[in-house]
Structures are given as C-alpha cells and as structure tokens.
Design a protein around this ligand. Structure first.
Ligand code: PGA
Length: 256
C-alpha cells in the first residue's frame, strides 16, 4: 500500500477547497485507484466543508494541519484533536518544519501531539527533516532519526502501524527549495526503515515533489508514498500524482 497526500497550507478559501474536493470525488468515482491511499489536509476553516464535499464513503482521508495536545481548555487560537475529529478529520499533520520554525513546535510538543492524536484514534502524520546546515555537516541520518525517536519512542507496536512519517528535508520544502536527488534522501529512508521496522510507520517523502519527479522519488527504497504541497494544489496535478503513485505499486524494491 502506498500513500499520496497534499497539504493546502494557508491557501484556499472554503469555496476553492470544496471545488478541489468535488473535482477529486468526481474523478475518483470514474477511475478508482487501487493500491494507494489518498489524503488532503485543508486549512481548518475548510475541514468540514471538504469532508462533506468528498462524501460519506470517500476513500480520501481528510487531515488537520495541526492540533493541540490537550482535549480542551484555555488555549486561545488552538484547536484540539477532538475538535478536528468532530469536523471530520481522520489524520493530523504534526511537526511540519514551518510550525517548528515559526510557531514553536518542539520535539516535546510534537510528542504530546502524536500521543493525543493516537489517543483519539486519528492517524498522526509526523513531519521530520533536517536543515541545510545539518545536511552539509553530514548529519542528516542521525538528526532525522533523533527527531522520530523523540516523537515515537515508547509507543506500542500496534500504535506505530497507524503512524505516517513524512521525511521532508527543510532544504527541499517550498519556494526556493531544492529538488532532492534520490541519493540525497535514500540513506535517511534506509535508516528509518531499519529503526522502525517493516511493520512500523509508512514512510513518505515530501519537499518540492511534482509530477515530473514523483516517479523517481517513489523508486527510492523504503519510500511508501509522497506528501506534496505546491505540486498538488491543482486537482489535475494531484490526480496525476495519484496515478503515478499507483503505477509505482509493485515496482521492484531493494531488499532489506
Ligand atoms: P512543497 O511543500 O511540496 O510545496 O515543497 C511540501 C511540504 O511542506 O509538505
């Protein structure tokens, strides 16, 4: 099983998000993809509208871009896991590098958010990734492993299988991000798979993914899917990426 998902970040009105979800629903009804799970992560304002537009039995999971670790309380401006679940989210993105850089998310709060998400039966999408300085110092593997351990260590195996890890190098994300070569990211995926096991979290790659480079990135051993920003904000692009992800299903994987 492979995964393909997109976060809209801070883009799209409710009407735009609904138009996207409707386009997705219609296209997937005509040609349901097999061997791939899809998710979309709209802004919180559009969560319930996207869930409604996708329809009740949609194969597309809807996620929140963040959630607080407490269930309720005096946390102005925050949204809890029960609240995003109430809006229809089944997945919570946690620890994206933009949140770590600008909104104070730390390894400690990321861990609390992962635990809260699992406690409420939603799927955490844990984002990890090193800066360019760490990469040039040759410390990518150790850095990313430490981030995942800080977030996941101590979780029981039956919880780990519900976790998605998105390895998103900070140097690859967003405008000005550098597209990775498969050899840049392969050692991190090999280490994460060795650390967390074959039955552990699915491992996704994110950062400057688009329809032109997706197939090559999916060929990297241990990559179980893609997490996409700008390259999937048009529904036609996301549909193309879904098709590419299906096509990679069954391709020969390196052992181990
Ligand atoms: P990008 O963003 O695809 O626009 O580089 C990826 C991400 O931040 O998840």
């Amino acid at each position: 099983m492979r995964w393909i998902g997109t976060s809209f970040k801070m883009t799209k009105t409710r009407a735009e998000a609904v138009a996207y979800a409707t386009g997705l629903r219609e296209a997937l009804a005509t040609e349901p993809p097999s061997g791939v799970r899809q998710f979309v992560v709209p802004p919180a304002t559009a969560l319930s509208a996207v869930v409604a537009a996708l329809g009740e039995d949609s194969p597309v999971l809807v996620g929140a871009q963040n959630a607080h670790w407490e269930d309720a309380g005096a946390w102005t401006g925050e949204i809890s896991v029960p609240q995003v679940a109430d809006a229809g989210a089944r997945l919570v993105e946690i620890g994206h590098s933009e949140r770590r850089a600008h909104f104070g998310d730390t390894d400690a709060t990321v861990r609390l958010k992962v635990a809260a998400t699992l406690r409420h039966g939603l799927r955490p999408l844990l984002c990890v990734g090193e800066s360019d300085d760490v990469r040039t110092a040759g410390r990518s593997v150790a850095y990313v492993r430490a981030q995942t351990e800080a977030a996941l260590d101590g979780l029981p195996d039956d919880a780990l299988q519900h976790v998605l890890i998105a390895y998103e190098p900070v140097w690859a994300i967003g405008e000005g991000g550098r597209e990775p070569h498969p050899e840049d990211i392969a050692p991190v995926f090999a280490d994460l798979r060795a650390r967390w096991g074959d039955e552990g979290p699915a491992l996704l790659y994110g950062g400057s993914v688009h329809r032109g480079n997706a197939a090559g990135l999916l060929e990297v051993p241990h990559v179980n899917g893609l997490f996409v920003g700008r390259g999937a904000w048009q529904v036609a692009d996301f549909l193309r990426l879904i098709a590419l992800t299906c096509g990679a299903e069954g391709s020969v994987r390196a052992p181990g």
